[in-house]
Design a protein around this ligand. Structure first.
Ligand SMILES: [Cu+2]
Length: 136
């Protein structure tokens, strides 16, 4: 009986330690991201067949790489923030609009119509890029 109780207590202690570690690492990540009170989950995984555009700096038309980007109708573009600042990708014509993304966060959009899609970053309107979508 005594032995059984000891095992139960040990299990509870281990479970508590795991929960405590999880909570601590979660709050540490929040500090690094500087996301304020709201815990922002990392964006869903990047679609495997998408074309990547990195957000590299707050630097006019050199903010996004590659820029301009040409893709075909039906293709998905994923922007990933590789910069220390928080940025969005916001279509000038209201076609797509991401939330503010911290470093490592991403946003994907699938283009189903040919055309030119100029975009910028909403807090930094000088950050500009274009996606050119051609018929497949
Ligand atoms: Cu920005």
């Amino acid at each position: 009986m005594i032995k059984k109780n000891a095992v139960v207590i040990a299990s509870v202690v281990i479970a508590s330690a795991i929960v405590a570690t999880y909570v601590l690492s979660g709050s540490m990540n929040m500090g690094v991201e500087g996301s304020g009170n709201s815990v922002q989950q990392p964006t869903a995984s990047i679609p495997s067949n998408s074309t990547l555009v990195k957000i590299v700096a707050n630097a006019g038309s050199n903010s996004f790489s590659p820029n301009p980007l040409e893709v075909k109708v039906g293709e998905t573009v994923t922007w990933i923030n590789d910069d220390s600042g928080r940025h969005t990708v916001t279509s000038k014509d209201g076609v797509f609009n991401s939330e503010l993304m911290g470093r490592g966060q991403s946003f994907s959009y699938t283009f189903d119509k040919a055309g030119e899609y100029p975009y910028s970053c909403s807090p930094h309107p000088n950050m500009v890029g274009t996606v050119v979508v051609t018929e497949s």
